[in-house]
Ligand binder design. Structure first.
Ligand SMILES: NC(=O)C1=CN([C@@H]2O[C@H](COP(=O)(O)OP(=O)(O)OC[C@H]3O[C@@H](n4cnc5c(N)ncnc54)[C@H](O)[C@@H]3O)[C@@H](O)[C@H]2O)C=CC1
Ligand SMILES: O=C(O)CCC(=O)C(=O)O
Length: 380
């Protein structure tokens, strides 16, 4: 497999950009208005799996860059979570607040179906389970929809659980105790994942700073705080990374840590759900030099993946929570390896995943739908 990440260089041609990927599909349905891209990065471990994001990308190039980087991240996330899936992701170009329709998601479902089982998908930023109930009328390759529709339910629940395990491992490493109330947190984004993380921290008695562009989400967490032992302070979206909180918890979009703000970060650690928190992987060196402990995003946010991959064996919430607990151990392992080898936590995590993939690559060739009938997870 190709470990390079060429998607961030704007001067490359499309074929050069996708050189590290197995397959990229551009989807266009003028009737519903669907414009989407599906990227399959690597199927060494199994068929590609990854959520579908909907966002008002400024250009197709921007959407392509996002889906290439996100799908590559899923390959590593699958290896880290030790599930039998490979890396894929989809993006729909559009405003989630105004451009959704059942027809649009049904059209998306037909494109997913056309891949014949090479790609499974579900919710991500900007999409909900309801959207994929529409898509599931066209394809059985949809995961994480309500149990009443044959899915395993809201995958943001285990994602949030996993983030809290990641936070525990982080404060254990910082303070020698995994008592969540010992630290303070700055949560960026109170969506499906961030809101649940905020609720758990408030219940544990922690002080949290929160920001969102959605006023209703802010009002809802303030109401929750009135019934919990913790304390919440609302902060402007422009200042959330600048508070005096011990841990910055990005739970919105990617690229939030970049060359312009990295020197200003006052936090002791970063641990959140957002995919691709570092604008470039090399920034992990700057964090290390500054003594900021970075919990790699794709290890921390693997809970949702663990749930949707677990659907292969029939949905079981208890089993998913047991598997999600391993995120605590995985984060600690990465921190220890980084310290022992004097490498960044990103390098430590990547090494662990690449080793797993190389071992499996000796036994697997690329995924084909006919060789592994167990992937036909739902009756047609
Ligand atoms: N939903 C899941 O199970 C998983 C999510 N993730 C990642 O976690 C992140 C959050 O995902 P979800 O909670 O599902 O998304 P979501 O769409 O439900 O929530 C995102 C939240 O961020 C807010 N937001 C947008 N711009 C903002 C800004 N400038 N400042 C502060 N808040 C802002 C939105 O208003 C929204 O409340 C994404 O990066 C996603 O890829 C990763 C793994 C699984
Ligand atoms: O959480 C999901 O539903 C799928 C996994 C995924 O897309 C992710 O972890 O980013």
């Amino acid at each position: 497999m190709n470990m390079l990440n060429p998607s961030t260089n704007p001067t490359l041609s499309i074929m050069e950009k996708i050189a590290g990927h197995e397959q990229v599909v551009f989807c266009n349905d003028p009737v519903s208005g669907l414009q989407a891209i599906i990227a399959i990065h690597d199927t060494t471990l199994g068929p590609a799996l990854g959520g579908c994001r909907m966002a008002p990308y400024a250009s197709v190039d921007e959407a392509l860059d996002d889906v290439l980087r996100l799908s590559r991240g899923m390959t590593y996330k699958c290896a880290a979570a030790d599930v039998d899936f490979g890396g894929g992701k989809a993006v729909i170009i559009g405003n989630p607040a105004t451009d959704k329709s059942p027809e649009l998601f049904r059209a998306f479902g037909r494109f997913v179906d056309s891949l014949g089982g090479r790609f499974y998908t579900g919710t991500d930023m900007g999409t909900t389970m309801d959207d994929f109930v529409h898509a599931s009328r066209e394809t059985s390759r949809i995961v994480g929809i309500p149990e009443a529709f044959g899915g395993s339910g809201d995958s943001s629940i285990p994602t949030a659980e996993g983030v809290v395990y990641g936070l525990r491992a982080t404060i254990e490493t910082l303070f020698g105790s995994d008592d969540l109330s010992r630290a303070t947190y700055a949560i960026q984004g109170l969506g499906k994942v961030g809101f649940k993380v905020a609720e758990q921290l408030l219940l544990a008695g922690a002080t949290i700073y929160v920001s969102d562009v959605n006023e209703a989400a802010l009002a809802a967490i303030v109401t929750q705080a009135e019934m919990a032992p913790g304390t919440v302070r609302v902060v402007s979206p422009h200042e959330i990374h600048l508070t005096d909180a011990d841990i910055f918890v990005p739970c919105a979009y990617g690229g939030v840590i970049h060359a312009q703000n990295i020197a200003l970060l006052p936090c002791k650690a970063i641990c959140g759900s957002a995919n691709n928190q570092l604008a470039e992987e090399q920034l992990a060196h700057v964090l290390m030099d500054r003594g900021i402990l970075y919990a790699p995003d794709y290890i921390v946010n693997g809970g949702g993946l663990i749930q949707v991959a677990d659907e292969l064996y029939g949905a079981n919430h208890e089993r998913v929570l047991l598997k999600t607990r391993h995120i605590y151990d995985a984060v600690l392992e990465v921190f220890k390896e980084s310290q022992a080898e004097n490498i960044t936590t990103v390098e430590a995590a990547n090494r662990m995943c690449e080793k797993r993939m190389q071992i499996r690559a000796k036994h697997n060739n690329i995924f084909t739908n006919t060789t592994k009938p167990k992937w036909d997870i739902r009756n047609h």
